[in-house]
Design a protein around this ligand. Structure first.
Ligand code: AMP
Length: 281
């Protein structure tokens, strides 16, 4: 695996990979890798001839009161995991390499960026779309792999790719869960034992909505109130949102008549966790 810390190194390695092989896949991450990230890498290995992974804890997508400084960083371990998966290129730049100072240009997907997580985390998606644009320009992948776990992020990125004509195919990969159902996340490392077990309430709330849907309920408000009751039953878990939305526009739907995204975000102690599922009538 070629480890690149600078943009010219990464460009050269990716250019080589594209010419000597054919399809180049990109898996953007913030590191502290788990099976969720590795599932994206494996999907990329299947679909592409060479795979580049980026590890960059992107400061511009963190709010001032968020967890940028304590975000888990495990670079050596991440390298070993990626080597084992047969990744060809790792791009792991320093903050100054990506944001050398003086930059005043942002990529903003208007409207969508203020929905779901964007509403609770102002500026978050502006940071995401800006770094993903930079990575697309540096790596020039044919395919880029993202997790369904971050469903709003996926909608925002798809829209950006469409609106700005990026020549890249966005591939969505299913949510990878712990055996007890908790969606894998680098932030799960923040949870103490008690919080870890309380965190399962997100999954229970989603399952409650699914059960009602399976029993024939199609009114979104009914599913939402049943799910919110489940969350309310768990002390020390503070709901951020539980929403039922169109998966592309992220606007709330009243009746579930087509493919619909059910998303939840909640604070377990001070840790903000998200999860979702898709309902298809
Ligand atoms: P992150 O390192 O949190 O920025 O995540 C990098 C990529 O991994 C994003 O596309 C996430 O959606 C994806 N990802 C994170 N957790 C999971 C998971 N449990 N299952 C599938 N994909 C995931």
């Amino acid at each position: 695996m070629k480890v690149c810390a600078t943009i010219p190194e990464a460009r050269a390695a990716c250019c080589d990979a594209r010419t000597s092989r054919k399809r180049l896949g990109l898996v953007p991450t913030m590191g502290a890798l788990h099976e969720g990230h590795l599932s994206l890498v494996r999907a990329a290995k299947v679909q592409c001839d060479a795979v580049a992974v980026s590890i960059f804890v992107n400061p511009t997508q963190f709010g001032p009161a968020e967890d940028l400084s304590k975000y888990p960083r495990q670079f050596d371990r991440d390298c070993r995991l990626l080597e084992k998966e047969g990744v060809e290129i790792l791009f792991a730049p320093a903050v100054e390499e990506i944001y050398p100072g003086g930059a005043v240009t942002w990529v903003v997907v208007e409207g969508l960026s203020e929905k779901l997580d964007g509403r609770s985390r102002p500026g978050h998606f502006r940071g995401v779309t800006t770094i993903v644009s930079k990575l697309f320009h540096i790596i020039e992948p044919d395919d880029a792999f993202f997790g369904q776990k971050d469903a709003a992020q996926l909608a925002v990125i798809r829209r950006m790719v469409r609106d700005l004509n990026f020549p890249v195919e966005i591939v969505a990969c299913p949510i990878v869960r712990e055996p007890d159902g908790l969606a894998m996340s680098s932030r799960n490392a923040y949870l103490n034992r008690e919080e870890r077990s309380r965190a399962l309430v997100l999954q229970r709330a989603l399952q409650k909505a699914r059960q009602q849907f399976d029993a024939g309920e199609r009114i979104a408000a009914k599913l939402i109130s049943a799910a919110k009751e489940v969350i309310a039953g768990e002390p020390q878990v503070a709901l951020d949102y539980f929403e039922i939305v169109d998966p592309d526009m992220l606007d709330p739907v009243e009746r579930i008549s087509q493919k619909t995204l059910v998303g939840v975000a909640a604070y377990v102690g001070t840790t903000r966790l998200i999860d979702n599922l898709v309902l298809e009538p």
